[in-house]
Design a protein around this ligand. Structure first.
Ligand code: NAD
Length: 501
C-alpha cells in the first residue's frame, strides 16, 4: 500500500500586509479559519473562569501591569501602527497615549461600576432586600478596523477584560501586527492567564468564523455594510452584537464664534489621519454672515497641511487603496453638481496620497454630503441661521459625533443638545474621545450600543437581579393560602394609593 500522507503537514494559508505608502510587502500572517477561531474561543473560555473569579483588586492590578507594559513599549507599538496604517509616528504615539488613558480608566472603575448595589424595593416588597450585580458575559469577540487599530478595538477589549471577560480579537487584515502586539504584551504582563486575550488574524472569512463561534457577544467596529453581514451571522445563534460604524459628522459655526479657533479645529478634524476618522469632520454648516470669513481661514490653514511619508508630514497616505476611488468620486460628483472647490479638487487625489480638499456650496444630496468620504475633504456650506444648521446636520443617515462653535457657552450647549449625535463637542472637535468616562457610539447608520465609560463596561456584562426576603410579610401575596378577602383589600389599598397620582 502506498503511503499518501504528505511528508509535511499542509501549510496554513497566509496573507501579506503591505505598506500603504510604498505598497511593499511587510509581514505574513495566518488566515485563521473556523478551527483556529474555535480553539481561541475555547482557550478564552477556560481562562475566563479564573479571571472572573479573581478579586476585583487583582484584576485591576493585572490590567494596570498590562498598561504599564504598553506604556513602556509605546515607541514599538507606535512604530507598528505607523507602518501598518501609514500615519505619521507622532499620530500613532498619540493613539497609544489615548488607549492607555482608556485602559487605566476601565481598570480603575470596573469594580465601582459593576459591583453589587442595592435598590429600593417599593411598598409591596418592603419585606425584601433587593440588589443587582453586573456579571461578565464570558467570551467577547472584537472585530476591529484599521484606521485606529489600537485605540478603537481597545475601546472594547480593555473594557471587556476589565468587566471580567475573556476576549478574542480579530484586527483588520490591514493591521494584524498591532492586534497581535496587544495580546503578546498582555501575556507578558499578566502571567498565568494565557489565552484570556487572543488575536486571530485574517479578513472576512476569519471574522465570519468568529461571529459563528458561539461567543457571548460580538463588538464590531467598521462600516455599516459589514456590520449588517456580521449581525446577520450573529442572529443565527442569538449572539448579542454591538456596532460602532461610520459617521458624517457635522460642525455648526454660529455668527459669534471664534472663527480662528473654529477654522483651526475644522482643519484638524477633517484632515488629520488623512480624514480616516469615524468621527472626523466632513460637513460644516456656517451661518451666512461668517461663512466667507470661515472659509478663508480654513483654506489658509488647510493649504499649509501636507500629506507625505516624511517625518514632518501632516498626515499619511490613504490606508485602504480602494478608498481613493470613493474619495475622488465624492469630490468630482460634488463639483459637477455645482460645488465650488476652494482648495484642491478631483486632482488632489494622487495615490497613495490625497491633498486637502475644501468645498463649498455642495448640494445636500451629493454623495460628498450624504456618504462617509473617509478622506481629507471638508464641505463648508452656508446656512441662513442656526435652525437651518441643526436641521441639515440632523438630516444625515449617520449620527455619530458633532461639534458646535459658539462664543456664548450656554447657547452652544443648547445647540449641541438639539443635535442627533452620540457625542457632541462645544468649541472643540472630538473633545469626547479623550474622556474615558464618556460613552461613545452612534445611532442609525453609525451603529448602536456604546463603548467607553460606565456604559462601555456594562455593555460586556449581564445583570443579575436578586431579592432576599428579610421577614414574612403581614400579607403574603405569593401564596395560595392568602384568603380572597385579604387579596382584595391589598388590591384596593394599592388602587387608592395609585389614584392619588
Ligand atoms: P470594514 O467594515 O471593511 O471592516 C471592519 C472589520 O470587519 C475588519 O476587521 C474586516 O476584516 C471585518 N470583516 C469584513 N467582512 C466581514 C464579514 N463578512 N464577517 C466578519 N467580519 C468581517 O471597515 P474598515 O474599512 O476596516 O474600517 C473603516 C470603517 O470603520 C469606517 O466606516 C469607519 O467610520 C468605521 N469606524 C468606526 C469607528 C467607531 O467607533 N464608530 C471607529 C473606527 C472606524
Amino acid at each position: 500500500m502506498t503511503d499518501t500522507t504528505p511528508a509535511t503537514a499542509p501549510r496554513t494559508a497566509t496573507f501579506t500586509t503591505r505598506s500603504p505608502a510604498t505598497g511593499k510587502p511587510m509581514a505574513e500572517y495566518p488566515v485563521d479559519g473556523p478551527a483556529e477561531v474555535s480553539r481561541a474561543v475555547a482557550r478564552a473560555r477556560s481562562a475566563q473562569e479564573s479571571w472572573a473569579a479573581l478579586p476585583a483588586s487583582q484584576r485591576r492590578g493585572h490590567l494596570l501591569s498590562w498598561k504599564k507594559r504598553l506604556a513602556n513599549d509605546l515607541d514599538d507599538l507606535a512604530r507598528t501602527i505607523a507602518e501598518e496604517t501609514g500615519k505619521p509616528a507622532g499620530d500613532a504615539a498619540l493613539e497609544v497615549v489615548l488607549t492607555l488613558e482608556h485602559l487605566g480608566w476601565a481598570a480603575r472603575n470596573a469594580d465601582r461600576v459593576l459591583r453589587r448595589r442595592t435598590v429600593r424595593t417599593g411598598l409591596f416588597a418592603a419585606h425584601q432586600r433587593a440588589s443587582l450585580v453586573h456579571r461578565p458575559l464570558g467570551v467577547i469577540a472584537v472585530i476591529g478596523p484599521w484606521n485606529y487599530p489600537l485605540y478603537t478595538p481597545m475601546g472594547s477589549v480593555g473594557y471587556a477584560l476589565a468587566a471580567g471577560n475573556g476576549v478574542v480579537l480579530k484586527p483588520s487584515e490591514l493591521t494584524p501586527g498591532t492586534g497581535t502586539a496587544l495580546a503578546e504584551r498582555f501575556d507578558a504582563a499578566v502571567p498565568g492567564h494565557a489565552g484570556l486575550l487572543t488575536t486571530v488574524t485574517g479578513a472576512a472569512s476569519t471574522g465570519d468564523a468568529l461571529a459563528r463561534s458561539g461567543v457571548d457577544k460580538l463588538a464590531f467596529t467598521g462600516s455599516p455594510g459589514t456590520a449588517r453581514k456580521v449581525m446577520a451571522a450573529c442572529a443565527e445563534t442569538l449572539t448579542p452584537f454591538l456596532a460602532e460604524c461610520g459617521g458624517k459628522d457635522a460642525v455648526i459655526v454660529t455668527a459669534d464664534a471664534d472663527l480662528d479657533a473654529a477654522a483651526d479645529a475644522i482643519v484638524w478634524g477633517a484632515l488629520s489621519n488623512a480624514g480616516q476618522t469615524c468621527a472626523g469632520v466632513e460637513r460644516v454648516y456656517a451661518v451666512r454672515e461668517i461663512h466667507a470669513g470661515l472659509c478663508e481661514r480654513v483654506v489658509e490653514r488647510a493649504a499649509a497641511v501636507r500629506p507625505g511619508a516624511e517625518a514632518d508630514a501632516s498626515y499619511g497616505p490613504l490606508t485602504l487603496p480602494g478608498q481613493m476611488e470613493i474619495v475622488e468620486r465624492h469630490v468630482r460628483g460634488a463639483v459637477s453638481a455645482g460645488a465650488r472647490a476652494l482648495l484642491g479638487g478631483p486632482d488632489s487625489v494622487r495615490a497613495p496620497y490625497v491633498a486637502p480638499v475644501v468645498l463649498t456650496g455642495v448640494p445636500e444630496d451629493a454623495e460628498a454630503m450624504t456618504q462617509e468620504t473617509f478622506g481629507p475633504v471638508v464641505a463648508i456650506n452656508a446656512v441662513a441661521d442656526v435652525d437651518e444648521a441643526v436641521r441639515r446636520a440632523n438630516a444625515s443617515q449617520y449620527a455619530l459625533g458633532a461639534a458646535v462653535f459658539c462664543r456664548n457657552g450656554r447657547a452652544g450647549r443648547a445647540i449641541a443638545a438639539r443635535l442627533r449625535a452620540g457625542a457632541v463637542s462645544v468649541n472643540s472637535v472630538l473633545g469626547f474621545a479623550a474622556v474615558p468616562a464618556l460613552p461613545f457610539g452612534g445611532t442609525g447608520e453609525s451603529g448602536f450600543g456604546r463603548i467607553h465609560g460606565a456604559e462601555g463596561l456594562r455593555a460586556f456584562t449581564s445583570v443579575q437581579s436578586m431579592t432576599v426576603q428579610r421577614f414574612t410579610p403581614p400579607i403574603a401575596l405569593t401564596s395560595f393560602g392568602v384568603p380572597a378577602a385579604t387579596r382584595e383589600r391589598a388590591v384596593r389599598l394599592a388602587q387608592a394609593l395609585h389614584r392619588r397620582r
